[in-house]
Design a protein around this ligand. Structure first.
Ligand SMILES: Cc1cc2nc3c(=O)[nH]c(=O)nc-3n(C[C@H](O)[C@H](O)[C@H](O)COP(=O)(O)O)c2cc1C
Length: 169
């Protein structure tokens, strides 16, 4: 079975109980991100945990008032410390690196019994200012994590036949 139960159970949680996260669970979630792979093992990331209600509220405003950002126990703001590395395939590494780390954290959050939601709808400059980030850093993704306050709703996926093929298109 491996990780499939966590992968199947996970869904984007947009209603959280506004309660703090358990520090040990949070630390395992962050550890999952820290251990994620990155291109050339550059680890071009920094994860800022926003659990202060006042700062969370500002971040929620910067995310156009998304209530789940306000109500999450913590919002993990995943930033890139270096955006320069272009991989041999010609594509920038940093959004992919950050996405791997956030994916790992998301699955660990599920394992810990928490819900999570990826948040990309935010004003990057505003978040940058709120968190006093160095000029060169980019805010790539935020992950809202917290105690679920809703029933699971699983969205559909395209069928295997449409998304997977072997050897030829
Ligand atoms: C790159 C990316 C950006 C997303 N941005 C947001 C967002 O800003 N706000 C939000 O509520 N959900 C966001 N989501 C969540 C998606 O809407 C959600 O994953 C998708 O509809 C599938 O639903 P599920 O996660 O419940 O399986 C984002 C997901 C991804 C992968």
């Amino acid at each position: 079975m491996g990780l499939l139960p966590e992968i199947k159970n996970r869904f984007s949680v947009r209603h959280f109980k506004n309660v703090p996260l358990d520090p040990e669970k949070l630390s395992r979630i962050l550890e999952a991100g820290r251990l994620a792979p990155s291109a050339k093992n550059r680890q071009p990331w920094r994860f800022l945990v926003v659990d202060d209600p006042e700062i969370k509220s500002k971040i929620s405003s910067a995310a156009y008032g998304q209530q789940h950002v306000q109500d999450a126990g913590a919002v993990i703001v995943a930033c890139s410390t270096n955006i320069e590395y272009i991989m041999p395939n010609g594509q920038p590494a940093y959004p992919i690196d950050i996405t791997f780390a956030v994916s790992f954290m998301m699955l660990q959050a599920e394992k810990e019994g928490y819900g999570s939601c990826i948040v990309t709808m935010f004003n990057e400059n505003t978040v940058h200012n709120i968190l006093t980030l160095p000029y060169s850093m980019r805010v790539v993704i935020m992950l809202a994590v917290g105690e679920k306050d809703e029933e699971p709703t699983h969205t559909d996926r395209k069928p295997t036949s449409q998304v997977i093929s072997f050897n030829h298109w």
